[in-house]
Every structure is written in C-alpha cells, then in structure tokens.
Design a protein around this ligand. Structure first.
Ligand code: SAH
Length: 214
C-alpha cells in the first residue's frame, strides 16, 4: 500500500520550495508527516494537493503552503514551548511537534479534538497536549510560550495571547474580515510588539471571547 512518499516530496518541491519556503527543518517536517492520515480515507488521494480540505464540523485542514508559511514564521527551536489555537485535524500540531519541545493545542469542537488526540497518539508524539476549550483566551496555566499560532481568522489580535508570549516570543495570527484576512506576525520585545505582515489568507472563524461571537 502506498504511503504517498512521492506525493509528499512533490508537495514539498512544487508547493513549498518553489514558493520560497527556505527553512530546512520546516521542509523536512512537511516531507515526513503523513498528511493523508489527518483526513478521512476517501480524501487520501487529494491530501497532498495545493488546497485546504474538509475535516468535518464545517472546518478545514489548511493548505500545505499555508502550514509551511506559518510554521516558518514561528522560527521554532527544538526546546521551545508553543501554543496552537485551533487543533482541527491535528496536522499542524504534528508539524509543530516535529520542531518544538512541547506543543499545547486547544480545539473548540470536541469531536475534532478527540479525533486529533487519537491521531497524534497513534503517531507516537509524546510532546503534545490537546484540550477542548476556547483558545482565543490562550492557556494561562501553561504560559509563557515561546510561540503562539492561531489557525483561525479573528477580527482583532486576541490580547490574552499577547500577554501569554514570553520575551522574544512570536505570535502568528490571521486578522481581518470573516471571508479573508492578513496573516500577521508579532514579536515581543520588552513591553513592545513588533508587527510584520506575511500576506493574505482565508481561514475559518476563530469563535470565542477574543474572536467572533457566533
Ligand atoms: N490547524 C488545523 C486547522 C483547523 S481550522 C489543521 O491543520 O487541521 C481551525 C480550527 O480552529 C477549527 O477546527 C475550529 O473548530 C477551531 N477553532 C475556532 N475557534 C476556536 C477557538 N476559540 N478555540 C479553539 N479552537 C477554535
């Protein structure tokens, strides 16, 4: 049975390297993690395509390039602690687990969280903790984080997440309208946050206290 090794290498070369992803650790992780195992079996043949895919509950697994772009922007070192808001399928979680010391991930929808936990465990990632809840307020008990990644779009930067960043911490978050957003990166320098923009993007809504209300 195929493990999609060829499809994975093509994805890395054609969708990531060609569009400017340079971080070798990120490229290696994306070449390694079996993305097809994070979608239902009927979609395995499309799992390495250049688009997001449905994962149930009206949510999506992000396009490979978007996963790579966000992960590269986090600049993770292998001992660092990272928070992901929006576990979804758990694919991005696995990529983070390849690159960081410890990954905390919060998912609002119980059914998705349970499936992601099973996948992450069966793949043998022991440095991941996933829980159900509203991640727009972060995970105070586990703060501070070296990096925080929000994988859902929000009308404004969730202030609690900025508070939970450590010194030199990086926050990557899609900010804007419901239909389209700008991917923003904030880096904490003392009391200041230095902001840059990484491009346009389309994510499902971050629904919660610091996101959208419905
Ligand atoms: N990183 C995921 C992307 C999933 S889409 C992947 O690679 O599969 C975004 C996810 O964010 C959805 O599963 C959605 O349910 C979740 N979400 C939305 N608002 C949330 C919130 N306030 N807290 C936690 N998760 C949230």
């Amino acid at each position: 049975m195929t493990d999609y090794a060829v499809a994975r290498q093509r994805m890395v070369a054609e969708q990531l390297v060609r569009r400017g992803i340079q971080d070798q650790r990120v490229l290696q992780a994306m070449g390694k993690v079996h993305r097809h195992l994070f979608v239902e079996e009927a979609l395995w043949g499309r799992a390495y395509g250049d688009y997001p895919l449905p994962i149930g509950e009206k949510q999506t697994i992000s396009q490979p390039f978007m996963v790579a772009l966000m992960t590269e922007a986090l600049e993770l070192k292998d001992h660092e602690r990272v928070l992901e808001v929006g576990t979804g399928s758990g694919y991005q979680t696995a990529i983070l687990a390849e690159l960081a010391g410890k990954v905390y991930s919060i998912e609002r929808m119980r059914a998705l969280a349970m499936r992601a936990i099973r996948r992450i465990e069966s793949l043998g990632y022991y440095n991941v903790l996933i829980r159900v809840g509203d991640g727009s307020v972060g995970w105070k008990e586990m703060a501070p984080f070296d990096a925080i990644l929000v994988t859902a779009g929000t009308p404004q930067v969730p202030i609690r997440l900025l508070e939970q960043l450590g010194e030199d911490g990086r926050l990557v978050v899609p900010v804007g309208q419901a239909e389209n957003q700008v991917l923003r990166k904030g880096t904490k320098k003392g009391a200041d946050i230095h902001w840059t923009e990484l491009g346009n993007c389309v994510f499902v809504k971050l629904v919660g206290e610091q996101g959208w209300s419905d």
